[in-house]
Design a protein around this ligand. Structure first.
Ligand code: SAM
Ligand code: DTB
Ligand code: SF4
Length: 320
């Protein structure tokens, strides 16, 4: 069933607690309530990116003080993946500050990393920028489980945030990932000065992807000094909770991931996000370049709220 803008708008405009209650029941119907999937993130290639994404500390053109480094060694990445597994992460996500993947030695090394992390029995995810269909197929053959490629905002607002690529470039990569048989992780950022109509429009695009993305990260902008968005005020938590709830209702079977911005949220605020349908987080003290809650404080939060990390039954993706 296709969602219309009108339908999503109607859901979005419900009284907040009614909306949270409805989203919570959609979560309960479709997922194991109280189980939260944990992903761990590692920036395997940091900074120096040629793109101009207005939110991003890794764009070369902004002076953000990010410590740029080239592609990490496979062994270092594997050590981080083993640590993440010990801490209960079922998915390991490797991010690279690239505009697009090139067919070179660095890509061969990424393929090795994917193979090795997969053989640890973890779901492997990558976010490497734009991909062609043959590149997506190579990643699938190496055992990649998921590819993260965010739409970030609405089509209408896209050129206000990024000028070095188009919305259709983004959708095209998502389609290449799908064609290769890799699961899709795609979401966005709120708090960049977008309108409610932009948020609704982004969800409309995500909800009408066929099939829907298996995972949708909702990020609250981390306003990083040196980026064009450094002075954006922090998003109102109520707007964030509303966004999570609408996402859960229009993408009922998806993993809705409470992503960037958690470091600035209290346990009570995050609890409302879990009630509103979030069932996944990034854990570990760093996202890609910005701070995330300490692992132990997340475990304390799980204990207080009665949440448990979800165990993935089949974590080994058969390389094809
Ligand atoms: N270069 C690749 C790309 O753009 O797809 C992968 C890495 S990129 C850093 C991954 C995602 O991180 C972006 O799509 C964006 O949603 C998110 N992100 C980056 N900076 C952020 C910030 N300051 N606040 C919130 N989310 C951010
Ligand atoms: C996503 O949607 N959020 C994560 C992950 N996918 C790759 C990244 C958040 C990055 C926040 C800014 C930083 O740490 O550099
Ligand atoms: Fe580069 Fe990705 Fe950051 Fe955009 S979001 S500047 S593509 S690393």
């Amino acid at each position: 069933m296709a969602w219309t803008i009108e339908q999503i708008k109607e859901i979005h405009n419900k009284p907040l607690l009614e909306l949270v209650l409805e989203a919570g029941s959609v979560l309960k119907k479709n997922k194991k309530f109280g189980e939260v999937q944990i992903s761990s993130l590692l920036s395997v290639k940091t900074g120096g990116c040629p793109e101009d994404c207005g939110y991003c500390p890794q764009a070369a053109r902004y002076h953000t003080g990010v410590d740029a480094h080239g592609l990490m060694k496979t062994e270092e990445v594997l050590n981080a993946a083993r640590d993440a597994k010990e801490n209960g992460a079922s998915r390991f996500c490797m991010g690279a500050a690239w505009r697009e993947v090139r067919d070179n030695k660095d890509f061969d090394r990424i393929l090795d990393m994917v193979k090795e992390v997969n053989s640890l029995g973890m779901q492997v995810c990558c976010t490497l920028g734009m991909l062609t269909e043959p590149q997506a197929k190579k990643l699938k053959e190496a055992g990649l489980y998921a590819y993260n490629h965010n739409l970030d905002t609405s089509r209408e607002n896209y050129s206000n945030i990024i000028s070095t690529r188009t919305y259709d470039d983004r959708l095209n990569t998502i389609s290449n990932v799908r064609k290769a048989g890799i699961t899709v992780c795609s979401g966005g950022i709120i708090g960049m000065g977008e309108s409610e109509a932009d948020r609704i429009s982004m969800l409309h695009t995500l909800a009408n992807l066929d099939p829907q993305p298996e995972s949708v990260p909702i990020n609250a902008l981390v306003a990083v000094k040196g980026t064009p968005m450094e002075d954006q005020p922090r998003i109102e938590i109520w707007d964030f909770i509303r966004m999570i709830a609408v996402t859960r209702i229009v993408l009922p079977n998806t993993e809705v991931r409470l992503s960037a911005g958690r470091n600035e949220m209290s346990v009570a605020e995050q609890a409302l996000c879990f009630l509103a349908g979030a069932n996944s987080i990034f854990a570990g003290e760093k996202l890609l370049t910005t701070p995330n809650p300490q692992f132990q404080s997340d475990m304390d939060m799980f204990k207080v709220l009665g949440l448990v990390p979800s165990v993935v039954e089949e974590v080994h993706t058969e390389p094809s």
